[in-house]
Design a protein around this ligand. Structure first.
Ligand code: ADP
Ligand code: MG
Length: 221
């Protein structure tokens, strides 16, 4: 019975996703239609309407581009990749966003560590987690990325100084479209978990003792 339950839960993810897509795209569409009708009727306040309309279109854009990523066939380009090089690429990519908020990204990664993975997929995972860490932080501070190479595992930790994750929403992280952000898509952690599962890797989410949270990726050798 337990096995069946797991299966039906897994299948419902597709249904959940479809319902979510329809819902998430209908809302901005409804709003766009309303503003277009207002403009058609010749009301004042055009400038403000255009701004909102652009934001609604951007919302649809980001949802569709994340969905395209999910539906991409999982090509298997796995080989031994340098972790340092992947993490370096990702921090370069997101450093402008970090700089804007006065956030320092500190890396502690040894040169030689390699994992067997699809480079672009694991980079996507690192982007999703690092982006969340940056978005979580209000004030200037530091994000620490560390890598531990043990006998049986390689663990990457991304530690932020944000508000942390309230206990009552912890289990919702990774549900399609679960977001607490005004402009979030709620797809990042779902995609992350999906990619990690295909690499037999895990995601561990912890509250920090002092401040913020730590997202840890665990690869098995
Ligand atoms: P999105 O970033 O579009 O909201 P995600 O799937 O990436 O979607 O994240 C889902 C939710 O998990 C976020 O809206 C936020 O509430 C929470 N979350 C993720 N990462 C962090 C973090 N580092 N600190 C605090 N909350 C986080
Ligand atoms: Mg995100």
């Amino acid at each position: 019975a337990e096995e069946m339950m797991v299966r039906s839960e897994k299948m419902s993810v597709a249904g959940q996703l479809a319902a979510g897509v329809a819902h998430e795209i209908r809302n901005p569409l409804t709003s766009l239609k309303g503003f277009l009708q207002l403009l058609q009727a010749g009301v004042n306040g055009k400038e403000e309407y255009y701004q909102i309309m652009v934001e609604e279109i951007e919302k649809i854009e980001s949802i569709t581009s994340e969905l395209l990523f999910i539906s991409k066939p999982l090509t298997d380009n796995r080989k031994l990749e340098s972790l340092k090089s992947m993490i370096h690429d990702v921090t370069v990519l997101l450093s402008p966003q970090a700089k804007l908020k006065d956030i320092t990204i500190e890396l502690k990664v040894e040169e030689h560590i390699q994992i067997n993975c699809d480079r672009s997929q694991i980079k996507q995972v690192l982007i999703n987690l690092l982006k969340n860490a940056i978005e979580a932080m209000e004030a200037p501070g530091t994000i620490n990325i560390t890598v531990e190479d043990d006998y049986e595992t390689v663990e990457i930790s991304i530690k932020d100084e944000g508000p942390g994750i309230p206990e009552h929403i912890l289990h919702k992280l990774g549900e399609p479209f679960f977001t607490t952000k005004q402009t979030g898509t709620g797809l990042g952690i779902m995609i992350t978990k999906q990619i990690l599962a295909s690499h037999q890797a895990e995601l561990d989410i912890r509250q920090n003792e002092k401040k913020g949270s730590t997202f840890q990726i665990i690869f098995h050798k």
